[in-house]
Design a binder for this molecule. Sequence first.
Ligand code: NAD
Ligand code: UFG
Length: 337
Amino acid sequence: MVLVTGGAGYIGSHTCIALHEAGFDFVVFDNLSNASQESLFRVQKIIDRPISFVQGDIRDKEALRSVFTQYDIDAVIHFAGLKAVGESVQQPLEYYDNNINGTIVLCQVMQEFGCKNMVFSSSATVYGDPHTTPIKEDFPLSATNPYGRTKLFIEEILRDIFVSDTSWNIVLLRYFNPVGAHKSGLIGEDPNGIPNNLMPFIAQTAVKKRDYLSVFGDDYDTVDGTGVRDYIHVVDLAFGHVKALEKISNIKEVLTVNLGTGKGYSVLEMVRAFEKASGKDVPYQIAPRRSGDVAKCFADPSYAFETLGWSAQKGIQEMCEDSWRWQSQNPNGYAKD
Ligand code: NAD
Ligand code: UFG
């Protein structure tokens, strides 16, 4: 049985489907602080079977203990965490408590129950402002905000746990920019309020929930001056977790892997691809650079293929088509209209 912390969220809900398709049984543990249980009802509809869900907080040791007592858990995929960069600057203590303390409590309970297999959601943000691209796993690490620091610190904590007890098997998956949605259009990214990230903002502009997209800077040293990122389809990303789980009992190390496509697209290239996929206009205005943004960030994904046999399969057009299907079918996300 796999414990999926944060499994009601954007990446977690897609991973539940990938786990089901690969024949893994799982239980979702989520405090619903940034998700709706509706996402899990939709997952049930897609996989056509009930799923086990426990509402709880990873900082609550007793709640975790009761999950480990009730279910025979042999591996954990750990998505649970807060993820908004700007909010982390405003509320650093909340981020350190939720993400770092939460992970420590989770690891303590795993240790108590002899469950030592963990797949952790890290982020390309741990590379800070990379000197060159594509980015390899051995590039220098840094952080420019509390959110990024939580990822960096958790990576270090997990490495320390492994040094202290080499019977742990740990995979750190460094995601690049997850976008897209399940083909059904039933589940997808449902940000609270005004989206911070590019793809949901574009999608909400296309559906006319927003008047226009602000393009943060057009004077970067990139193909057209706008920021370049490695957008990866969330279904590809979800499958990366299945590959990690399939290998986990033989890993015997802290395996650190980039999950990206290896291709970078600029903001304006994304706008054009989305317009093509949706048949809608996405009006935009050039705005000043956003503080903390880097010019270019894209992965060298070759190590993921070498170690996990994983590579991204879906291209930019499919990412945009699937985001559009989700957005147009659910203009208010999971909220009941
Ligand atoms: P999400 O917010 O949709 O999912 C996170 C889930 O964790 C939510 O359902 C939330 O309710 C739950 N959660 C938060 N704190 C919790 C706690 N203390 N106890 C129990 N549940 C808790 O985010 P996502 O985009 O699916 O991201 C999943 C993970 O991947 C996060 O750790 C995030 O930092 C990481 N990540 C995301 C991105 C991205 O751009 N989406 C990029 C890199 C890494
Ligand atoms: N952008 C805009 N307008 C917007 C939103 C974004 O022009 O309204 C631009 C950004 O300047 C950037 C690109 O679109 O060039 C992508 O921005 P996102 O906010 O979608 O993604 P980031 O790469 O900045 O950030 C993401 C995650 C962070 C994580 C970081 C590094 O949101 O949590 O990747 O992994 F830290």
